[in-house]
Write a protein that binds this ligand. Structure first.
Ligand SMILES: NC(=O)c1ccc[n+]([C@@H]2O[C@H](COP(=O)([O-])OP(=O)(O)OC[C@H]3O[C@@H](n4cnc5c(N)ncnc54)[C@H](O)[C@@H]3O)[C@@H](O)[C@H]2O)c1
Length: 258
């Protein structure tokens, strides 16, 4: 790494960052952070209204921002969206492959349709997004993909049979894509958040017993905030991570230590 690179580690001026789940708690925080460091943003979320505020904030910062209200499990929509992003922005430099969902139930009561739904979004949708972004990145000679995994990728938490299976799948998806695309300069890594205050966890964490149970397992003694994740995504999307691929960076307050 030369001096020039060191001076520009956290700048994305004119680069295109695509974020799925961009209307959610963590996704919108990440979009804001990349815009702050100069990126233009393509926001993707199935909920159009959820992207309105963050889209306005990014545009007010003087960046180009376009919102795409699609379901990432719909193959045609994903293909058309990525083609439009390539055409409108001129490149696809970074994909934050982040949209996800959870349905918590004991395994014996778990509905198969719910199981398919969670796997369909968290793993199938992530695969589609990565495949389409990867095609453009390979063509243009490089890029970075960061998939959102979870501590559930490596832990067997109760009531998470579909979620944990999907996130374990994300860990393997990350490794295979990293292996296949290293030769093209496309780095594929994952961030594994611990428990973070978001829409996805608000009901769980509103329950005092669950909240206390979770807190006791976090050495740092607090639940994370979306802002706690920003540094990990920026790092993996930066030139500082050029020689890192196929890894999961856990950001969990020490949850996985024991
Ligand atoms: N909150 C946590 O503690 C935690 C921990 C580990 C991992 N994660 C992961 O972080 C990511 C974001 O979760 P969050 O906690 O910010 O939740 P969130 O509900 O605030 O955000 C998720 C976003 O994804 C969008 N989305 C869901 N399904 C979609 C689909 N099919 N197509 C397009 N968009 C879709 C939702 O509309 C929502 O805006 C998920 O992948 C989740 O599994 C969260």
């Amino acid at each position: 790494m030369n001096e020039l690179t060191i001076g520009h580690l956290f700048e994305w001026n004119g680069k295109t960052v695509v974020i799925t789940g961009a209307g959610g708690s963590i996704g919108s925080t990440l979009a804001h952070a990349f815009a702050y460091y100069g990126a233009n943003l393509a926001l993707i979320d199935k909920n159009a209204a959820s992207m309105e505020n963050i889209s306005r904030v990014i545009t007010d910062m003087g960046r180009t921002c376009r919102s795409y209200a699609i379901d990432i499990t719909k193959e045609t929509d994903v293909k058309e969206t990525m083609a439009d992003i390539q055409q409108q922005f001129g490149s696809v430099d970074i994909l934050i492959n982040h949209a996800g969902m959870n349905i918590r139930q004991p395994a014996v009561e778990y509905d198969k349709a719910d199981f398919d739904k969670v796997l369909g979004v968290n793993l199938g949708g992530m695969f589609l997004m990565a495949r389409e972004a990867g095609r453009y990145m390979i063509e243009q000679g490089g890029g970075k993909i960061i998939n959102t995994a979870s501590v559930s990728a490596v832990r067997g938490h109760k009531r998470q049979v579909a979620y944990a299976s999907s996130k374990g799948g994300v860990a393997q998806l990350t490794k295979v894509l990293a292996h296949e695309w290293a030769q093209y300069g496309v780095n594929v890594n994952a961030v594994g958040p611990g428990y973070i205050y978001t829409n996805q966890t608000k009901d769980l964490l509103a329950d005092d017993v669950s909240h206390q149970f979770i807190l006791e397992k976090i050495p740092m003694g607090r639940i994370g905030e979306p802002s706690d994740l920003v540094g990990a995504y920026l790092f993996l999307a930066s030139p500082a991570a050029d020689y890192i691929t196929g890894q999961i960076l856990f950001v969990d307050g020490g949850r996985l230590i024991d």
